[in-house]
Design a protein around this ligand. Structure first.
Ligand SMILES: [Zn+2]
Ligand SMILES: [Zn+2]
Length: 70
C-alpha cells in the first residue's frame, strides 16, 4: 500500500475515508465516538484525541441530515 499523496510506503490508514497515507502526510484530528446524556441531562461525548486523518477528506463533525431519503 502506498501513500495517496506521495506514493511512498504508507504507514497509516485514514480513520474517516480509508485512504492510506505515509507519516509525512498523516494528520491527526479529534473525533467523537458517541454522545450520551450524563448526570443532570448534560450532553457528553467520548472523544478520541488523535485519530489518523489523511488531510484530504472532509469528515463532518456531526451526522448530517438526509431528508431526501424519506
Ligand atoms: Zn505521503
Ligand atoms: Zn481521509
Amino acid at each position: 500500500m502506498q501513500c495517496w499523496v506521495c506514493d511512498h510506503p504508507a504507514q497509516a490508514i485514514c480513520h474517516f475515508c480509508g485512504r492510506a497515507v505515509c507519516k509525512d502526510h498523516a494528520a491527526k484530528m479529534p473525533t467523537f465516538l458517541c454522545m450520551y446524556l450524563g448526570n443532570n441531562n448534560t450532553p457528553k461525548g467520548l472523544v478520541v484525541a488523535d485519530v489518523i486523518w489523511c488531510g484530504i477528506c472532509q469528515p463532518q463533525p456531526e451526522p448530517i441530515g438526509m431528508p431526501e431519503m424519506f
